[in-house]
Design a protein around this ligand. Sequence first.
Ligand SMILES: [Zn+2]
Length: 237
Amino acid sequence: MTEVRELFLLQLGTVREVGVPIPAYLLKVGPDDQYVLVDTGCARRVIGDPESHFVVTEDDHIAGQLQKLGLTTGDVTTVVVSHLDPDHAGANDEFPHAEFIVQRAQREHARSSGLFRYEWYRDQWDDPRLRYREVDGDVELRPGLTLLECGGHVPGHQAVLVELPETGRVLLAGDAWMRGTEAETRPMTPFDVDEAATRRSQRRLADLAEELGVALVVHNHDIEQWATLRRAPQSYT
Ligand SMILES: [Zn+2]
């Protein structure tokens, strides 16, 4: 029996050059109604900064998005880190009370590779106050809430598979699956660190989605799909 009751798709701003949404996902999980957040978006100092690669208003920022749902950052008990890129982990420092769950390979890569993207908001995600639980590979966090290791875009990138009472299974594929493409022939983006692993992971997620009869796959930064989805304050149940 799944413990995931509700899924909210949040938009935390856009990527300036291309206008695509920066997504995050909020899960309401029972029986104790805990809130699990997948990714935190951009750092607070990006708000209104015309020089930033990201366009973020006060309302877009994760604190503003939670507020619109009648919540505060303090209501989030767990943060799942898809990966530590600046548009996904830039506001981690807003959740010093939460437990963060990250793939070990991703945290190690972010801390040691010197890749420029991680460094932008390193103070925000590598804040010594934050409690990270490192995991290796697929993990069932709660009944109906499973993390799937799918590195390639970056090592240790993880997707999130949730099961909802009415909608059924939803795969939050993160940056690991480019919609409308085949794994073996898809174009790479300049941000995909390891081509072979990126293809392998997309194949794995696609095969798994078919095998499990996933009802909805949500792809990050996909402006066309995003327009068709139920976004907060609406939700999937
Ligand atoms: Zn991304």
